[in-house]
Structure formats: C-alpha cells, structure tokens
Write a protein that binds this ligand. Structure first.
Ligand code: FE2
Length: 321
C-alpha cells in the first residue's frame, strides 16, 4: 500500500510518500519570515505557490505516479487555519480527481506515530516538544486514545524560543538561532514554573525580555533554554515514574536540540528507561509522518468523505479517536 501525505499546518509544506515498510520520499519547503513572526496568510500563500513543485519532487523521488497511490492523507489539524485550508484543498482535489480514499490526520498524532515507527517503540511516554505544543503523552489504553499527563499552561516551548528571538531582534527570528547563541552563553537565574506535571513559559519570556541590555544576548539565550529544558525534564521524570513506562521518546521540532536530548537521555539512564529519538528529518514537520499515519489509520478503516472534508484548527491529541 502506498500513501501520499501532505503536511501543511504552519511554516512547513511537506509531501511524503511511503508504504508500510519504507519512506519513499519526504520533500518540503519552508516559509521563512524575516524578523516578524509567522503571518498565517503569507505562509498559506507560500504553500499554495509551492505545492505543485514539492509534490512533483516527491513523486519523482519515489518513482510513483498519482494513479499508483492508494490513499491520500493530510494534516487536518491542529494548526493555522489558512495553512490547513491549502493542504486540505490539495488533498480533496487529488482524492476526487484520482478517486482515492482520503484520511484526515492529527498533526500531533503523526509526530508520535512516526517516532514510534522509526524507533521501534512499544508503549513509551512521549515528550512532544514543538512550536505550538509541549505535552507529555501516553498512548492508547482502555478506549482512551491518548492521555496528556502534563503540558504547557501557556505557550509551546518552540514558540518561547521564537518569541525570544523576536524580542532580541534577530534577523532570522527562529529558535535555532537562540540555540546557537545559547551554546556560548552563561546561565543566570530566571523564573522557573513547574506545577505537578505541567509547566509554563510566558513569565520566563517576560523576565528574559527585561534583561535585554543588562545581560549579553548569549547569556539570555542560554538561561532561557536551560530554564525551559529543566522544567520539561523535571515534569517528564515525574510523568515517567508515575506512569511506570520503560521507554521515553522525544519528538517534535524541538527534539532536534542536542542539548535537550542529552538532558533527557541522562534522566532516562538514572531511571532505567530507554531513551528514543527519531532522525531529525522526522522530528521537524514533514509529509512523511502524515503519509505513515495515513496508512495506520486507513488500515483501521478510517477515511473521510472528500466532499465534506473540514479542517480542525484546535484538535487536541487526546481528542483523536
Ligand atoms: Fe509539528
């Protein structure tokens, strides 16, 4: 079975093609705003402009024609409305034109599912860290698909770093730039908020922004990153011990941060749990994870009527059927 998946929830437009055994193609283009944060309408315009090109590249790389695809999957939510609409419209078009079944995929579920496949996991605690989401999730049990044990009480950790980059007026306002400077900075104390297995970052951002001009940019980046990562590690350790899981998998865009992964790896080692991390290609937003999750869902009999397909901007992982 071959699935084509379209990822289109935020700044990344991705088209992935896979079968049950192998990822055949995973192509993408990113909308990169300079200085300003992501403007949903501009991101959607970028995706609309690029989708033909990215899809062409994916089909060529996979050596697959659209007629050979068995199922079309798309990121139905959560995400930015204008972006989601582009991915949904393209998927509906392909589904109707080529008479292929259509599957709507939850973006967060796809991050977890591709990590499970790539790392060959049984029943892990997922530490899901991205721009819009930061959650500690355990998998299906007792009819409840996913359970969120802990999460951010305000903004996602990726969003924290992107916002900090804007506060510090970086040319390319992105968390990856914060990570580069953090590696040469010194730590100083900032507000640290953990409540049980939940955590919060907006107070940390406000306090860090006030240090602009008083501390070096490198020191501010280092201190914000260390504080945020320590918060997530503390809550993750509590969730690991309380859930009794023997595996911990980190996934989502911020899982590409090597320092964060080393902290989680050390915590897992101390608690006798296996630490798992998928290749970076599958932690960043990508179409391959949508294609793979599309197959998983299709094989369970899930599909949606292309003529009634809708997006779901605020679809939580614990609402996935
Ligand atoms: Fe994501």
């Amino acid at each position: 079975m071959i699935a084509l998946g379209i990822e289109c929830t935020a700044h990344t437009l991705g088209v992935g093609i896979c079968n049950e055994r192998k990822m055949l193609a995973n192509e993408k283009e990113m909308y990169k705003p300079v200085k300003e944060g992501i403007v949903p309408r501009k991101a959607a315009e970028h995706h609309a402009r690029m989708i033909g090109k990215v899809m062409g590249r994916a089909l060529e790389k996979a050596s697959v024609g659209l007629k050979e695809v068995d199922v079309i999957a798309f990121s139905q939510g959560p995400g930015l409305g204008p972006c989601l609409k582009i991915g949904a419209a393209a998927s509906v078009y392909l589904s109707l034109k080529y008479e292929k079944p259509l599957v709507g995929v939850n973006h967060c579920h796809a991050h977890l599912e591709i990590c499970k496949r790539m790392c060959n996991l049984k029943d892990p605690l997922f530490v899901y860290v991205s721009g819009g989401n930061t959650q500690l999730v355990v998998g299906k049990k007792g009819g409840v698909p996913f359970r969120v044990l802990g999460e951010t009480l305000d903004i996602g950790v990726g969003n924290l770093f992107d916002s900090l980059a804007r506060e510090l007026e970086f040319e390319y306002a992105h968390g990856s730039e914060v990570a580069k400077l953090a590696s040469v900075g010194e730590y100083f104390e900032l507000p640290y908020t953990v409540k049980g297995m939940n955590f919060a970052f907006s107070g940390l951002l406000t306090a860090a922004a006030k240090m602009k001009g008083k501390k070096s940019t490198e020191d501010i980046c280092r201190s914000v990153m260390d504080t945020a990562f320590a918060e997530i590690c503390e809550a993750s350790e509590r969730a690991l011990l309380m859930s009794g899981k023997k595996e911990l998998a980190v996934c989502g865009g911020v899982a590409q941060n090597a320092h964060f992964c080393s902290l989680l790896r050390g915590m897992c080692k101390e608690n006798g749990a296996r630490f798992a991390l998928a290749p970076n290609e599958f932690n960043a937003d990508n179409g391959g994870m949508i294609a793979h999750t599309g197959i998983v869902q299709y094989l369970k009999g899930e599909r949606i009527d292309a003529r009634k397909a809708q997006i779901s901007q605020y679809w939580r992982i614990d609402e996935v059927k």
